[in-house]
Design a protein around this ligand. Structure first.
Ligand code: C2E
Ligand code: MG
Ligand code: MG
Length: 288
């Protein structure tokens, strides 16, 4: 009797889990087809504190509700096999934004960085679709940076390397995101057409918390530089972190210290205020 009750309870719990999961999947599909996804843009800066590009960051804005961050729905979308569709929406919208910036003299120098999940990258037609979308939107692939995380190296590495080379040959650029936190990919650094590594935020905060943290951050930066990669410090929150990471040779920066991710129109204002032609760029603003 007791066993039957436990078994029934287990099945009921599984049923609740399953229907919650299918509800989430339906909601994500609904969001995709009803324009509830929105891109925010976080400024990327050079060593002079001038804006050099943006990272496109996805949010979910259901009418009348709070904006939902990507960590709360991307894992579900991935489990449901919806990330290729969501990712394609992100790429298309990010490229449309880039096309508009290319027509604006104050923004024409900007690049756009887009996060790519491994299941999307591994779609058979990923390379062709990306080249096609850049062509349709009339954007230069050299202004598009594809951010991969070390998790891609846990999948079929030969296919990943081949796809990266095909896209690099078409002019796209690659950045290794959250560097140092994931699968140990050091061996693959030699084989990948990477242009940039992004040192994960945890190392940046660690760098100003004690001598060991500083040594780790310094050596990650040094390794990137010696491999002739651009080294971007992610998650800069204080002037101290910015100065320290500049001292370690980083030449690109991103973080709340400069700006949080911004809506399309706020990003445009930010870029106009901080373009290289402006004397009062972010460097001047944040050092006050
Ligand atoms: P990520 O690619 O490493 O993006 C940087 C994340 O760090 C963003 O969070 C950004 O808001 C946050 N961040 C930037 N500067 C600071 C800082 O100074 N302090 C702190 N505490 N946080 C900072 P967000 O937008 O919530 O995105 C989280 C993650 O979700 C991203 O990490 C990325 O892995 C994923 N993601 C976001 N948009 C997309 C997308 O369009 N496609 C895919 N596949 N993944 C995405
Ligand atoms: Mg990223
Ligand atoms: Mg990151």
């Amino acid at each position: 009797m007791a066993a039957t009750v436990i078994l029934c309870g287990g099945i009921a719990a599984m049923h609740v889990d399953f229907s919650r999961h299918s509800e989430k999947i339906r909601a994500i599909q609904h969001a995709l087809y009803n324009h509830e996804f929105v891109l925010f843009y976080q400024p990327l800066l050079n060593a002079a504190g001038q804006i050099s590009g943006a990272e496109a960051l996805l949010r979910w804005q259901e009418p009348g509700k709070e904006m939902v961050p990507p960590s709360e729905f991307i894992p579900d979308a991935q489990r449901a096999g919806l990330m290729p569709a969501v990712g394609e929406w992100v790429i298309d919208n990010a490229l449309s934004a880039l096309a508009a910036w290319q027509r604006d003299p104050a923004m024409a120098h900007l690049t756009i960085s887009v996060n790519i999940t491994v299941d999307h990258l591994m779609k058979a037609d990923f390379v062709e679709r990306l080249i096609h979308l850049a062509d349709v939107r009339s954007v230069a692939p050299s202004r598009v940076k594809l951010e991969l995380t070390e998790s891609v190296f846990a999948s079929d590495i030969e296919t990943v390397v081949a796809k990266m080379h095909a896209l690099a040959a078409a002019g796209f650029r690659f950045s290794l995101d959250d560097f140092g936190t994931g699968f140990s990919s050091l061996n693959y650094l030699r084989r990948l057409p990477l242009e940039q590594i992004k040192i994960d935020r945890s190392f940046i905060s660690g760098a100003t918390e004690g001598p060991k943290g500083a040594v780790i951050a310094m050596n990650i930066a040094r390794m990137g530089l010696e491999l002739k990669l651009e080294v971007l410090a992610e998650g800069i929150e204080t002037a101290e972190q910015w100065l320290l990471m500049q001292g370690f040779g980083c030449t690109a920066f991103q973080g709340f210290y400069f700006s949080r991710p911004l809506s399309y129109s706020d990003f445009r204002l930010f870029a106009h205020r901080n373009s290289p032609g402006q004397q009062n760029g972010v460097a001047a603003e944040v050092s006050q």
